[in-house]
Design a protein around this ligand. Structure first.
Ligand SMILES: Cc1cc2nc3c(=O)[nH]c(=O)nc-3n(C[C@H](O)[C@H](O)[C@H](O)COP(=O)(O)OP(=O)(O)OC[C@H]3O[C@@H](n4cnc5c(N)ncnc54)[C@H](O)[C@@H]3O)c2cc1C
Length: 401
């Protein structure tokens, strides 16, 4: 048995022992607050069991293992539906970036421990009404008085901001130069004076995303991460961390096996749905697509094991998996007839077709929209010419808005 297989077994044993209290079935009908409280307990138990900060250095409180160990654990954990989603962004990007750029190492070590145990949560404040796919178009501004900074502006779509203690943020420090060059990156205390968080209600009924407003928020220069004007580079670094996350070839919604089960149960024109050519065609299509995605993941694993960086083909994963989940969920709802439209506010994305379908559009936007991923594939994989960039070389404050 390989080291990774043995690790997977150890992880599964831990997760099985946790499932009766924290697993998907145990949490049905919880309020978000109850779920978050359970999530914090689960994170503490995960830390005690040695499954936190798996690929982070031991000196900072991690386990010192490889990224492959982390993906292996995450993949197993996903199947149990543990309440770790509140902490995914926090531990995925902001905390590693603070570990890398913040100079006060004792302070960072304390934050890392609290973040790993679920006692503190960090958010990532990049997107704004005028800067999403084109991050460098952002307008939240900071002005220095030579001592510290004053921040004014607005972010949007910030996941979990209402529960966060800290966040990382990209701001405009110089509007007179090219848009990518006038940005500076900071960490922010979410409880500081002048920070206001307003939740946004999504179609699925939940409010995990927020608007965040800044009104004369004071930042110390020690909160700056990276050089003044170096914010775009730090933002890219943030987005590149752990580009290969655990992916579920089931496509983030209910598994294809569940669809096959449903097709056996429903009736089309007096015959079991599974005998219908159109249904069979979709099953075959999804099976082939998933096999293709699994091959891409295996290839990325092999590259990482050989000490190489996986290539841009990771963009295909999200593009194809989320789109197909949306289509399959829609078909499952159709097969269920009127019952397919019944909305269950406590249902989970991974087990309920309607919830999966309702949430699919956010998946096609968050973390890079379909069109932006298509651009990446066109430019980086197919070698096509770059997208038209008319504001290249133009000072930010001279770009028409
Ligand atoms: C559930 C959810 C959680 C999120 N969490 C966070 C978070 O925690 N922190 C955070 O900072 N952000 C977060 N976001 C925001 C997310 O990163 C942005 O929504 C995303 O980057 C797209 O930006 P936008 O919404 O401004 O759309 P825009 O960039 O304005 O895009 C609008 C449309 O134009 C298309 N488009 C844009 N540029 C191009 C192009 N060059 N070529 C072709 N088409 C293009 C897009 O595909 C899209 O269809 C979250 C979003 C969602 C839905």
């Amino acid at each position: 048995m390989s080291d990774l297989d043995a690790y997977r077994e150890k992880a599964r044993a831990f997760l099985i022992s946790m499932a009766p209290k924290f697993g998907r079935d145990a949490r049905r009908a919880n309020t978000v607050e109850q779920d978050l409280a359970l999530g914090r307990q689960y994170m503490a138990a995960r830390h005690d069991a040695g499954f936190a900060g798996i690929n982070w250095p031991v000196e900072i409180g991690g386990q010192g293992l490889t990224h492959l160990h982390k993906i292996t654990f995450d993949g197993e954990e996903m199947q149990f539906g543990m309440p770790s989603h509140f902490f995914g962004i926090s531990l995925g990007m902001p905390v590693p970036i603070v570990m890398h750029y913040c100079e006060d190492k004792a302070w960072v070590k304390e934050r890392v421990l609290k973040a790993l145990r679920g006692e503190e949560i960090w958010c990532q404040m990049f997107s704004e009404p005028s800067g999403g796919s084109d991050l460098a178009a952002l307008r939240t501004k900071v002005e220095t008085d030579g001592n510290g900074w004053k921040m004014n502006g607005q972010k949007i779509w910030t996941s979990w901001a209402q529960y966060c203690d800290y966040g990382v943020i990209v701001t405009r420090s110089d509007p007179t130069i090219e848009k990518h060059k006038g940005l500076t990156y900071f960490w922010v205390d979410m409880k500081a004076q002048g920070v206001e968080v307003r939740p946004i209600k999504l179609a699925g009924g939940d409010s995990h995303v927020n608007e965040v407003f800044f009104d004369d928020v004071r930042l110390e220069d020690s909160q700056r991460l990276g050089a003044v004007g170096g914010g775009f580079g730090v933002a890219l670094h943030t987005l590149m961390i752990e580009r290969y996350i655990a992916t579920d070839s089931g496509g983030f919604g209910p598994h294809l096996d569940e669809f096959i089960k449903l097709a056996h149960e429903v009736d089309i024109n007096g015959k079991p749905g599974i005998e219908d050519g159109r249904v069979r065609q979709q099953i075959a299509r999804n099976h082939a697509m998933r096999a293709g995605l699994d091959s891409i993941t295996k290839r990325a694993f092999a590259m990482m094991m050989a000490g190489m960086q996986p290539g841009p083909e990771g963009s295909l994963q999200k593009l194809v998996a989320v789109r197909s989940r949306q289509k399959l969920s829609e078909l499952a709802m159709d097969l269920k007839g009127n019952l397919g439209l019944a909305f269950d506010e406590h249902a989970f994305v991974k087990t309920d077709w309607g919830t999966s379908w309702l949430n699919a559009p956010t998946g096609r936007i968050a973390g890079g929209s379909d069109e932006v991923l298509l651009n990446t594939i066109a430019e980086k994989i197919l070698g096509l010419p770059q997208d038209h960039r008319p504001d290249k070389g133009v000072p930010f404050n001279a770009i028409p808005a």
